[in-house]
Design a protein around this ligand. Sequence first.
Ligand SMILES: [Zn+2]
Length: 442
Amino acid sequence: MMLRIKRVPTVVSNFQKEEVGESGQFGAGCGRNCIRHCCLPGSKLPLYAFKRLNKVDNEKDLVGLEKKEAPVEFLDSLLLGEWEDRMQKGLFRYDVTACETKVIPGKYGFIAQLNEGRHLKKRPTEFRVDKVLQPFDENKFNFTKVGQEEVIFQFEPSEDDDVHFFPNAPIDADNSPSVVAINVSPIEYGHVLLIPHVLECLPQRIDHGSLLLALHMAVEAANPYFRLGYNSLGAFATINHLHFQAYYLAVPFPIEKAPTKKVTSTRNGVKISDVLNYPVRCLVFEGGESIENLSNVISDCCICLQENNIPFNVLIADSGRRVFLFPQCYAEKQALGEVSAELLDTQVNPAVWEISGHMVLKRKEDYEGASEENAYKLLAEVSLSKERFQEVKTLMFEAIGSIISETERVGDSLLEKPDIIPPQEDVEDALNKGSHPALVPV
Ligand SMILES: [Zn+2]
């Protein structure tokens, strides 16, 4: 049996609507100024070359001695600057900075946003949700079809031991650069897509190199309010072309505040913990001798999930220092008719942002009536059961050659005492200070 769900796909590019046909009628190039061979020759884009052997170091920011002056502020000047430039140019489908946002009262601090513009104007499409790995299909929309004006810069490892910035670098098609593009249906300020080796047309699938690239982007941004996320197929990715999403929101996400309890650690010192008292069962990864260590352990776990056909979401938080991994089963339940009509009516797709506690709501009544209970109910449906989660953890830990400690195996981790209870920040206050600092007139 093939499992499918219907949903309205998000329009991430202004060229997504024209999904049919190639036309040569425009003369030079395809006429859309895309980033394929038809339009690439002679094209230039800013290029940010990051330092490869960057250790995620908590000391660095404090000491500041080692930190050489960056050629450009990655987040504030480059990413958000270029994003705002595209906003000025009117490339977005709506003004996300005008969308209402609030913190839902309660102990979790779920964040609700009313976004009525995001989902209109498109008919629901059927998505196959029972296969996490599907081959790339060049006839469907993919990121080589976006317009060059939607791509804001190239993001590549540096060839020496320094950070470099070239405001006007040629696009080297033979090396298939990794690029950052705007999402024309943003859910927050600075919403972009990171597309590893865009011209290679890789399917949505985690590999070691691409996850490491995403971690490097979080490190370069150097701001805990700038997170990256990943949705696998079957876990609410709608485009089968390898990509991560990222945006800026100056409020802690509920998942980031949840207490954790260590389950195991790897030989290289990567610590893996359960997240406690949260509606979606998940793991959090941190530490390790290098970013690459941390990245490899996480990608090994993701690859294991992919090979076992288990849909999942990933949140890269805390400037790349902490990464959350959520195996999930919502789309499967939805396809099997096991989700209540009440939840389906809200049309909320629990992808990485919703799972992390940022609920993007489409209907005014859902926004106005948003309660912690409703958010919890939705997320509880996303989570694997306790037994299934335990099985999935065992699979992953076997894949990375790690052993779950005895206490974990016998105890019920969700009821155990957490190692650390993080301080509860005043999210209401943080939100009131403004989540769009660059837009506040100086
Ligand atoms: Zn073209």
